[in-house]
Structures are given as structure tokens and as C-alpha cells.
Ligand binder design. Structure first.
Ligand code: NDP
Length: 481
């Protein structure tokens, strides 16, 4: 069976402990490879390599840095099928989704930031005839990047690409649950001739490798995407060390449907915004609020459409809902379905584990689940479930919809369906969220600020915001005369 390796100082190496963890294929519930059980010794080696590479890399012309990133993007595009298959096996997501979304977006992240850095400029402030101020944006140093399992290569590269383009060197940790495409990326970096030490990938557990990155005294910034509880823990270590922090955390996003929406478009998109990637996208709309006059019609059609959404083996072309990422995550999702029942909810469809046949019978599948009859403020409607589970709730007025939408601790994304332009603006302005999609979902322009408010995070990724994070501004004031 394959043993994944760390990527440190330009080489693919074993962990210092020589120990490995099991890597499980969630579609079959069986071990299919092994990943390094790395620890602080590997992080130290990675840091030393990144620190030695920093001076040369940060002074490499941005055009040259961009060429390396473009080359990596091309290699990802070349290996699209191989990477998509690896992602699908590692994560349980439909192969079709990995081919259409995950891997193309990973290449796009490298392409976007390779070209973006060429256009990144800083400001000058003239004090008439007295002085001129100009701002330098200097790469901060060795960046720590930690990413989750739901969109493995997509989110891993969303951090690494801007960090490298900005001139930082990187020590990165992908999720231990889905390490495979990060490993394949390290092979591509070797092939691209990326200078050694510029990017270092250390595999292993969050409480060992992640913790060692976050608490490392000489890693001055950490970009983290993951759960809110982990983010809180990371902040408690990093904040007293005065590290720069970017935290992209959980969500409990509202999907607000007004009766005047374009019904067919709304219904089609709502199926995807509810269940794409088994509902394991931080941007999925898990609380569906529907204007009362449309509620019964929506409920009937939504349940009927959802029942047609095929749950199956990830590599089957017809599959729309694959396996959830792990046994423990499956159990967490099922426990929330139980909680919903205890809280008085009615399961309109789904609600249980699905057992497939043959080699997939031990896989972690959950039927797409729709629940109604719950108050907006119960735990099921307030806590992140992060699975193929949504609730539907009627509302009577715009004000009521907004108050329900804004009732959680989270504030990542939201969706509004209405053909009334004034209402679209009004509601969009009043929702507590970093992102509002009106009459669409997951339509992404990589130049826009990405991130959440409240317990959904601190800071923004995307566009030049990412370069602002990975660089430090320095004001230089020159007196004239
Ligand atoms: P986790 O918070 O469990 O893990 C995220 C990453 O942090 C993993 O690499 C994990 O390693 C690592 N980690 C865990 N503990 C520590 C620690 N003590 N110190 C440092 N690193 C640590 O999240 P999940 O992987 O379960 O991802 C799902 C969550 O991510 C959901 O809450 C989802 O909403 C959120 N998310 C947010 C997004 C956003 O943009 N706002 C986008 C996508 C997901 P290991 O895997 O070994 O535990």
C-alpha cells in the first residue's frame, strides 16, 4: 500500500517518527494508504528549510515567482483526471464534482495569484512640498498554512498560491483526513523545479503538526481554514505571540426564498446549495427560509427533487451525493438528525445512513435529509452540521426572515431569492454575513473578498486581500528639500 511522504527542503521524505497513520477511503470504509504521523521535529525541519529559502525567494523577481506558479498550474491541468480521481477516493466526493470544481479551481488558484502579483501595487502619499510617503509591501516571512478536508486541494492551494506569489515561503499542513492531493501536489512542485524549501508540506495530526506550526516562535503568520472550535484554539495560542492570523471558520448559512423569485432557477440551485459535496461546503445553505405563501409548493417540489438526487459510489457518473468524509463525521451528522427529532422536527426525506451494495457496503453514506417543524433558535438550527442535512422554515415578513437569518453565531455566506430589486439590495445590506449571493450560489470571482463575520472568522482571503495578509506594509517618509 502507498505510503505518502512529507515534502521538506525540496525532497519527499519520511517522517522523523517513521510512523504512519491509516488513510481511509470513505466510500468503502477501508484503509487504502498511509500518511506520515509527523511531529514537531518535522515541522522544525520544514521551518528551517523555509527560513533558509526565504531571503532568495522573497528577492526573486515577482515575474519569476509567477512563472513557477504558472508552471504548477499547468501541471495540475495536465493531471486533472489523476488528481480528480485521487480527490474522489480520499474524500468520498463524486468524481464528476472533483473534475468540474475541485481540481480546475486548484489550477485557477495558481494561475490567478501568478498573474495577480504582477498587478499588485502599493500607495504613495504626497505631503505637498514637505515630504513624500510611500508604502512598501514586504513578504512577512515563513507562513503557516493549515487547511480542512472538505475541498482538499482547492483550499490548500487557495492559501499556498498567494503566499508564494507574495514572496513568503511556506510550511503547510493539509487535513490528515484527506492528504493525497497535497502529496501529489508536492510531486508536481518537484517536477516544476520549485526551489527547495520554498514550499514544505508536513502531513499528520492537527494536535501535533498543526499545533507545532501555530506555536512555532518564528512563524509569524498563520492562515487557517477549518472549524470554529479549532480556530478559537489556534487564536488562543497565536494571538499572545502577536502573529498575523487569517481564520476562515464554520457557517450556518441561511437561504432566504421570497415568493416572487424565479421558481425553477431557485429550486434547481437550492438542491445544489443544500447537498453539493454531501453538504460539506462551508458555503452550503443549511437553513432554508421560505415565504409562507410559497412554502407548501416548495416543500413538495424540493422533497421530490431531492429524492431523485442519487446517492452512490463516488466514481459512478450518475452519483450526485457520495460518501461523507469519515466514520466519525458520519456519526456526528446522524447524531444531529437524532437531535432534530428530539427537538420536534419532522424528517421529510432521508434521515438515515444508506448502505450500498458490494464493495461499498461499509462506506459512509447518508441520504440527503430535509427537516421541517423546528423553531429557528433550536440547536439543530443554530449549530453547524456540515452534512447533507437542511431544515426548512416558513416566514411571513421580510423583517422576520432577516431576524431568523441573523440569529446564529455564524456569519459566513447567505443566499437571497427574489426578483424584487429593491428588496434584494435591502436584504443583502442587512444580512450579517461576509458573502450574499442574490439569485445564485457559489458564483465566485477570485478578486472578491472572501470570509465571514462573527464566529465564521477573522480577515478576508481572495484578490489583493490575500496579498495584504501575506505582506507587511512599511511606510517610508522622505522629507523634501
Ligand atoms: P478542523 O478545524 O477539524 O481542521 C482543520 C485543519 O486544522 C485540519 O488540517 C486539522 O488537522 C487542523 N487542526 C486540528 N486541530 C488543530 C490544532 N490544535 N492546531 C492546529 N491545527 C489543527 O476542521 P475540518 O477539517 O473538520 O473542516 C471542517 C470545518 O471547516 C467546518 O467547520 C467548515 O465550516 C470549515 N470550513 C470553513 C471554510 C471557510 O472558508 N470559512 C471553508 C471550508 C471549511 P486534522 O485534520 O489532523 O485534525
Amino acid at each position: 500500500m502507498q505510503h505518502i511522504k512529507n515534502y521538506i527542503d525540496g525532497a519527499l521524505v519520511e517522517p522523523a517518527s517513521k510512523k504512519y497513520l491509516e488513510n481511509i477511503d470513505p466510500s468503502r470504509g477501508s484503509v487504502y494508504s498511509y500518511i506520515p504521523d509527523s511531529d514537531e521535529r518535522d515541522v522544525e525541519q520544514a521551518y528551517t528549510a523555509a527560513q533558509s529559502a526565504f531571503e532568495a525567494w522573497s528577492q526573486t523577481p515577482k515575474e519569476t515567482r509567477a512563472q513557477y506558479l504558472t508552471k504548477i498550474a499547468h501541471l495540475i491541468e495536465r493531471d486533472l483526471n489523476k488528481l480528480a480521481l485521487a480527490e474522489s477516493i480520499d474524500n468520498g466526493k463524486p468524481l464528476k464534482l472533483a473534475k468540474m470544481v475541485d481540481i480546475p479551481r486548484a489550477a485557477a488558484n495558481f494561475n490567478f495569484y501568478a498573474t495577480g502579483i504582477l498587478h499588485y501595487a502599493s500607495h504613495a502619499h504626497s505631503m505637498e512640498h514637505t515630504a513624500i510617503n510611500y508604502t512598501l509591501r514586504q513578504p512577512v516571512g515563513v507562513a503557516g498554512c493549515i487547511s480542512p478536508w472538505n475541498l482538499p486541494l482547492y483550499l490548500f492551494t487557495w492559501k499556498i498560491a498567494p503566499a508564494l506569489a507574495a514572496g513568503c515561503t511556506v510550511v503547510a499542513k493539509p487535513s490528515e483526513v484527506t492528504p493525497m492531493t497535497a502529496y501529489l501536489l508536492s510531486e508536481l512542485c518537484v517536477e516544476a523545479g520549485l526551489p527547495k524549501g520554498v514550499l514544505n508540506i508536513v502531513h499528520g495530526l492537527g494536535n501535533k503538526v498543526g499545533n507545532a506550526i501555530v506555536s512555532h516562535p518564528h512563524i509569524p503568520l498563520v492562515s487557517f481554514t477549518g472549524g470554529t472550535a479549532t480556530g478559537k484554539h489556534i487564536a488562543s495560542i497565536a494571538a499572545p505571540m502577536f502573529k498575523k492570523l487569517s481564520l476562515e471558520l464554520g457557517g450556518k448559512n441561511p437561504n432566504i426564498i421570497f415568493a416572487d423569485c424565479d421558481y425553477e432557477k431557485m429550486l434547481h440551485t437550492t438542491i445544489h446549495s443544500s447537498f453539493q459535496n454531501q453538504g460539506q461546503i462551508c458555503l452550503c445553505g443549511s437553513r432554508i427560509l421560505v415565504e409562507r405563501s410559497l412554502y407548501e409548493k416548495f416543500k413538495t417540489d424540493f422533497v421530490a427533487q431531492t429524492k431523485k438526487f442519487m446517492v452512490g459510489a463516488p466514481q459512478d457518473e450518475k452519483t450526485r451525493v457520495g460518501a461523507v468524509v469519515s466514520k466519525s463525521h458520519m456519526e456526528k451528522i446522524l447524531s444531529y438528525i437524532d437531535l432534530a427529532k428530539q427537538e420536534g422536527g419532522t424528517i421529510l426525506c432521508g434521515g438515515k445512513r444508506k448502505i450500498l451494495e458490494g464493495e461499498y457496503q461499509e462506506g459512509y453514506y447518508i441520504e440527503p435529509t430535509i427537516i421541517e417543524g423546528l423553531p429557528y433558535n433550536c440547536r439543530t438550527n443554530q449549530e453547524e452540521i456540515f452534512g447533507p442535512v437542511v431544515t426548512i422554515m416558513p416566514f411571513d415578513t421580510e423583517a422576520q426572515a432577516l431576524s431568523m437569518a441573523n440569529s446564529t453565531n455564524y456569519g459566513l455566506a447567505s443566499v437571497v431569492w427574489t426578483e424584487n430589486l429593491s428588496r434584494a439590495h435591502r436584504v443583502a445590506h442587512s444580512i450579517h454575513a461576509g458573502i450574499v449571493w442574490v439569485n445564485c450560489w457559489l458564483l465566485r470571482d477570485l478578486r472578491t473578498p472572501f470570509g465571514g463575520v462573527k464566529a465564521s472568522g477573522v480577515g478576508r482571503e481572495g484578490g489583493f486581500e490575500a496579498f495584504d495578509f501575506f505582506t507587511e506594509p512599511k511606510n517610508i517618509c522622505i522629507k523634501m528639500g
